[in-house]
Design a protein. Structure first.
Length: 392
């Protein structure tokens, strides 16, 4: 760390207000339930969590005294004694910083305990070496922590394989072929707890805890852009698998090559693959990229529209495979080039629904858009999950 940065980090650390610990398992269970599902009375908490009334009384008292909860107005019931709901202290409670790292930018956001964004920063990333990425994460975190002193944790999401929410084993997007103990490096610089996870996993955790995923017990997310990914939440929990690769891969076959080998999702849907196909089709010239393709689509170019339709059908085949295996209530589409799919005048939905039986025709389709707000917010949510504890 450079001298000026070290001095600033020490200054920030001296002004960061320590966040009281939540306490033991029962206290965390109470806080977690209120955090995710909203205000409840002590009696409701007792019934929902299977805790004794004295335990709920004790832990809620401790959480109130620590400033983690606050009481709401008493509610009169038709029968029985009036109940006073409790809720988490969001306005003056702990803050969390989420950082989404791409190949050329760092997107950072500071949120409340419910993942509501308060301030965002976007900074360029000119070097993707491990040391340069760590430094690029430190700068916006220090700036946000200086402005929001109640920071309780930092979450970082990266496209790659991540172990134990600490170590990045590999990242083709950043060119990392060997493990990087990223959480350790960042904690040494920030003096704050740091959690690291795969970017699509973090984003889905955000949707599941505080986003559109709250409406569904089982849903799938498909994203396309520089990388591609498919993630699924089954009965309220992100499916990860033995190697934490379940759904977090673009290797799902979506077609067959001329030699009979399966064509993986990533080979057809990544931005680089789409641009290459556009150049081969004469839609793009040498040196032209996605922005030019968007312009051709906006102008109604037939060849560009045909390419968009092909991409939509590819994504629909991947979605159909997920629906066949998982039977989700909803499919959520996202990623920085999802607009290329949506430009195909409903081709994605037509192709997908044509593959579904009558019983699955009520499948809900949702869109995230192409910006990185949800991704950075998801990174903050993994820090929130670590603060709260328990299963994710």
């Amino acid at each position: 760390m450079h001298g000026e940065q070290r001095e600033y980090a020490e200054h920030v650390a001296g002004h960061v207000t320590a966040v009281p610990d939540l306490g033991g398992t029962s206290a965390r269970a109470v806080y977690r339930d209120l955090l995710r599902f909203g205000p409840r009375s002590r009696r409701d908490l007792t019934e929902r969590l299977g805790l004794s009334a004295p335990t709920v009384t004790r832990v809620t008292r401790d959480l109130l005294e620590a400033g983690h909860l606050h009481p709401l107005d008493t509610v009169a019931l038709a029968k029985g004694r009036p109940q006073q709901p409790l809720d988490i202290e969001e306005n003056h409670g702990p803050r969390f910083i989420g950082v989404k790292v791409t190949a050329d930018e760092v997107h950072a956001v500071v949120t409340t305990a419910r993942g509501n964004a308060l301030e965002e920063l976007v900074m360029p990333l000119g070097d993707t070496s491990a040391e340069a990425v760590a430094e690029a994460v430190v700068d916006p975190v220090l700036a946000l922590a200086g402005a929001h002193p109640h920071v309780a944790g930092v979450g970082v999401s990266i496209g790659g394989r991540v172990a134990d929410r600490r170590r990045v084993d590999s990242s083709w997007i950043l060119g990392w072929e060997h493990p990087v103990d990223l959480a350790d490096r960042l904690e040494a610089r920030l003096a704050l707890p740091v959690t690291v996870d795969n970017d699509i996993a973090a984003m889905i955790h955000g949707l599941n805890w505080f986003g559109i995923g709250r409406a569904y017990r089982t849903f799938a997310v498909l994203t396309i852009g520089v990388g591609v990914a498919i993630g699924t939440v089954v009965e309220g929990r992100l499916l990860q698998g033995r190697s934490h690769l379940a759904g977090l891969t673009g290797r799902l076959p979506v077609a067959a090559r001329e030699d009979g080998a399966p064509e993986p999702f990533w080979r057809s849907a990544r931005t680089a693959a789409v641009v290459e196909a556009a150049r081969e089709a004469g839609v793009l010239g040498e040196g032209e990229g996605v922005e030019r393709l968007r312009a051709r689509l906006a102008a109604g170019d037939p060849a560009a529209r045909a390419l968009s339709a092909d991409l939509a059908r590819t994504l629909a085949r991947a979605a159909a495979a997920v629906v066949a295996v998982v039977d989700p209530e909803a499919i959520v589409l996202g990623g920085e080039t999802i607009d290329l799919v949506l430009a195909a005048d409903g081709e994605f939905e037509r192709t997908l629904r044509a593959s579904l039986p009558i019983a699955q025709q009520d499948l809900v389709l949702r869109e995230l858009g192409g910006d990185f707000d949800q991704w950075a917010r998801g990174a903050a949510v993994i820090a929130i999950q670590e603060f709260v504890g328990g299963e994710v």
